[in-house]
Design a protein around this ligand. Structure first.
Ligand code: GDP
Length: 424
């Protein structure tokens, strides 16, 4: 059977979690391949409402094996808390349906602290970190200065390794930032309280997925954030510290040879953005507040109000290209029902010229949106289950976006619940 990746096309928060939750039914494995506890994938199903941070959104499906690949930022403390929260709602999680790559690097106690220290140093020049330690973690991973989950099986070597890292890290924590150094006792406590407790899930997930491929099993890859936050292709430096693109899924999952047959890009029917950086379509004041309220646009992890605005065709088409999306899921169409006319950003004005090409990051702050308006539909669409049931104006909106971004819209989501979906 074929493999699929579900990825974000824009700034994240597009509704990837609800799409993975819907579609995992057909898959044997659900894999997170990058990012960490800074994600907040909202899922609403028969168990309740969840904001998943690290667990793959396939965790609710009985026959799905969920994998945290080598590309994720594995924070044992957050993961254990999340497992407990989800279990408390009656979901079974054990070593049969959750597997952690032995090659996943561990997010260590100082990573979160360093995030806060650096954002405080940057003051008004900050990037808008979620302070989950993600940037310090990935920096250390690429400096080869963190430990692998598989090392948890070798405690003596692990402690020696951590003691070396601690000596180096304390130079930065104490001498650069003037904060209190960490001690080995604290690290040992952290190992006992958190890190060793995830050991039961740790295994060679590369082999697991290779075997799965050889046995004709199907894999769903679940990305965090979106194209515009990709470390290489996003709005640098306002990106996350990992690759959010489908092309990274084979590497970050531990199965570089895997072929992805379908890439479903998730796009929201309007734009939202959490954190700092240029956001060309941004609305302010009353109209922003109204859209934010209508869409419930507050961060799943941080509770921060999201920045909002109309859909940005320029950024979205770029996002589609970066992801090599084969199909689009357009979410939250229902949220736009209150608008008399629907704004769409079709082009940018830069240096007096109009363009539909997404510019280089350094140019982006100068871009001004060119807005076209489409007719609103003025009625509730949340009970529509077939495309033909949507009002003419709503269908035209979907078709217009489809044509401009150059990718088939195969799913239109009209509500957060699992079944509030139109398949085209
Ligand atoms: P993710 O990180 O990409 O999974 O997205 P988030 O979970 O941060 O944000 C998506 C939010 O929109 C969540 O609160 C979802 O429950 C909600 N949602 C998803 N699809 C729809 C939809 O079609 N309509 C409405 N009204 N809400 C939706």
């Amino acid at each position: 059977m074929s493999n699929c990746a579900i990825v974000g096309i824009n700034w994240g928060d597009e509704g990837k979690g609800r799409m993975v939750d819907l579609l995992t039914e057909k898959y044997d494995f659900a894999v997170r391949f990058q990012g960490g506890g800074n994600a907040g994938h909202t899922v609403i199903n028969e168990y309740g409402k969840f904001a998943l941070h690290l667990l793959p959104s396939g965790i609710f499906r009985k026959n799905v094996v969920n994998v945290l690949g080598n590309g994720v930022a594995l924070d044992p403390e957050n993961l254990l808390a999340e497992i407990e929260t989800v279990r408390a709602k009656g979901v079974e999680i054990d070593e049969h349906n959750l597997k952690i790559s032995d090659r996943a690097s561990l997010l260590l106690p100082w990573h979160r602290e360093l995030d806060g220290l650096e954002e405080a140093r940057l003051a008004d020049k900050k990037y808008g970190s979620t302070k989950q330690g993600i940037a310090p973690f990935y920096s250390d991973k690429y400096q080869k200065k963190t430990v692998l989950a598989g090392e948890l099986f070798y405690p003596d070597e692990l402690k020696r390794h951590l003691s070396d890292l601690l000596e180096w890290k304390n130079l930065i924590i104490n001498r650069v930032y003037g904060a209190r150094p960490h001690t080995m006792e604290e690290i040992e406590e952290w190992l006992e309280n958190y890190a060793y407790k995830i050991r039961r899930y740790v295994t060679d997930t590369g082999r697991l997925l290779r075997d799965a491929q050889n046995n004709g099993k199907s894999i769903m890859f679940e990305a965090q954030l979106g194209s515009l936050r990709d470390l290489d292709f996003g709005i640098v430096p306002y990106t996350t510290s990992s690759n959010t693109t489908a092309a990274y899924a084979p590497i970050g999952s531990g199965c570089p040879s895997v072929k992805i047959d379908e890439i479903i890009g998730v796009v929201k029917a309007y734009s939202t953005c959490v954190g700092e950086g240029p956001f060309t379509c941004e609305w302010f004041g009353e109209e922003a507040e109204r859209l934010r309220e209508a869409g419930g646009e507050y961060g799943a992890k941080t509770g921060r109000p999201r920045r909002v605005g109309p859909i940005d065709i320029v950024a979205t088409r770029y996002g589609v290209q970066v992801q090599a999306a084969t199909c689009i899921a357009l979410t939250k169409l229902d949220v736009l029902s209150y608008m008399d006319r629907i704004p769409v950003c079709t082009h940018y004005m830069i240096d007096g010229g109009q363009t539909d090409e997404f510019p280089f990051p350094a140019v982006l702050p100068d871009a001004k949106p060119v807005i076209e308006y489409m007719d609103g539909w003025g009625c509730d669409v949340s009970s529509c289950r077939r495309f033909e049931e949507l009002p003419d104006e709503a269908r035209k909106y979907v078709e217009f976006i489809e044509e401009r971004i150059g990718c088939h819209i195969g799913y239109v989501s009209v509500g957060p619940e699992r079944d509030s979906i139109i398949v085209r």
